[in-house]
Design a binder for this molecule. Structure first.
Ligand code: ZN
Length: 485
């Protein structure tokens, strides 16, 4: 029996570029990952570890200081573990240690934000029933006609959590997104993407199995232990249908070029800056603040350089503010040059800075920095038609891919045994026919260079021996198959 894995991230790779799907997920039975770390993937992954801890605690109680500190520790440890012995894919002039320290601080900040503000809000509306439970479902059935019966296509997904709305008892899937920026269009994109459909389908398959077992009695040996929440839910008439997806966005801030002044202070030369080189920092008020007179006896702090005021406040006397007072009517102010940006993790700690942001110690006239760093829009509702349509598309596409892979595997093993250039050329020719290159994505793979760039466009020996090139490693097993960004 040969098992082909499928998941949302694999489908997304196929839809963006069939060749990238092959190299990332399927080549030689494993797929390859770049050795260099992609900054947003590492941060997103470690934040998810902390979020899973907070959500697990939320299944049985409230979230307090102890739960938050525990989650922060797990997330930071995960970050260290992911980075051990590896380096980030960054521009030449960037400092690896700066990126590491900044991103681990950002990871901590987003986990703290979730514990302090977001999860309590989720708990007002929902009960948490499950956290990161993996679903496996078989993409078999009529849509798989023509597939060799010795192959199965095994769909896997791990929803961040399963929620039940307190007021209706409807079931929802929770999806955390760490995002550089959030706006309405981002949420509209998410509304039509396949996540709710795919994860919802896999959970419903499982719940339908449980419901069937409860109806037919306990003698079905293939059904795993059914948790109490479901027995209670089902026997009280609760629906096993997933109503929709509750997205929650944690806003990381965009990585922007540092000011020239900052770069010069960081050892970059004028010539390097002129040549277009840069160092970047992540614009988040959770990890950067502004300070006025840091070496004086009473330094002043702020969390933004531009701000719309919310209440009357004092201003330096000028022709615009002859009384030295602003009415606080929402106008935009910009702080002067005597305010300097500083990294919270160096000057204070992330915890101290965020506690100050939470209790209004820092520039409360500029609004609430914590609540500007997350968003929880109304849920995205699933329709039966959209779910069925997604399933048909996925089944037929993955069946086609499985049939193509069966043939590619023969070329792969022939190449593995012979290392014959003619066999290699035949493998590439077959890939050209079945896994075409969507070249417009090469330079814009989720906003960065495609991770398989060197395999497609580098020297020929890289594709022939990705691991030996030093640029790639064999993709880790199932965890990565379903990791979400
Ligand atoms: Zn004002």
């Amino acid at each position: 029996m040969i098992e082909l894995l499928s998941s949302r991230s694999r489908r997304l790779n196929s839809l963006r570029c069939p060749r990238a799907r092959y190299w990332l997920d399927e080549a030689f039975g494993t797929g390859f990952s770049p050795v260099a770390l992609a900054i947003p993937l590492v941060t997103g992954g470690s934040v998810h570890v902390g979020l899973a801890s907070v959500m697990t605690d939320a299944m049985t109680g409230e979230i307090g200081e102890r739960e938050i500190e525990n989650a922060v520790e797990l997330a930071r440890n995960d970050y260290q573990h992911q980075c051990a012995g590896r380096s980030f894919a960054v521009e030449e002039l960037e400092s690896q240690s700066f990126v590491y320290n900044e991103q681990i601080a950002l990871t901590e900040a987003l986990v703290r934000l979730a514990g302090m503000r977001v999860v309590p809000k989720i708990l007002e509306l929902y009960e948490v029933l499950e956290v990161e439970r993996m679903d496996r479902a078989w993409l078999t059935g009529d849509g798989m006609r023509g597939l060799d019966p010795s192959w199965t296509v095994d769909w896997r997904s791990i929803p961040d959590a399963l929620l039940r709305e307190k007021s209706t008892w409807d079931l929802y899937i929770l999806s955390w997104k760490t995002t550089a920026e959030f706006d309405k269009r981002k949420d509209e994109d998410a509304r039509v993407d396949m996540q709710g459909l795919s994860e919802g389908w896999a959970v419903e398959e499982r719940l339908a199995g449980w419901a069937k077992a409860l109806k037919t009695g306990p003698d079905n040996a293939f059904v795993p232990a059914i948790p109490n929440w479901f027995i209670e839910h089902f026997e009280s008439g609760g629906s096993p249908i997933i109503r929709g997806v509750q997205m929650v966005y944690l806003i990381k801030g965009a990585r922007r070029k540092k000011s020239k002044e900052d770069m010069l202070a960081g050892g970059v030369t004028e010539e390097q800056i002129k040549a277009g080189g840069g160092q970047y920092k992540t614009a988040s008020p959770l990890i950067y603040g502004y300070v006025n007179d840091p070496s004086g006896t009473s330094p002043k702090f702020a969390w933004s350089s531009d701000w719309h005021c919310r209440a009357p406040h004092g201003m330096r006397r000028s022709q615009w503010y002859p009384t030295g007072e602003c009415p606080g009517d929402g106008r935009l102010h910009r702080r002067g040059d005597d305010w300097k940006s500083f990294p919270a993790w160096e000057m204070l700690t992330v915890k101290t800075w965020m506690d100050w942001l939470a209790d209004g110690t820092v520039s409360p006239e500029a609004g609430d920095a914590l609540d500007q760093s997350w968003a929880m829009p109304v849920p995205h509702y699933r329709t039966r038609g959209a779910s069925e349509s997604w399933l048909r598309q996925t089944r037929s596409a993955e069946a086609r891919l499985a049939r193509e892979l069966i043939e590619i595997r023969e070329y792969e093993s022939a190449w593995g045994e012979s290392r014959d250039e003619g066999v290699w050329d035949a493998l590439i020719a077959r890939l050209d026919e079945t896994f075409p290159q969507a070249t417009e994505k090469c330079g814009n793979w989720w906003g960065r260079k495609c991770p398989m760039w060197e395999i497609c466009h580098g020297p020929g020996h890289v594709a022939q021996d990705p691991v030996g090139s030093g640029l790639f490693r064999i993709k880790e097993a199932y965890g990565e198959a379903v990791t979400t960004e």
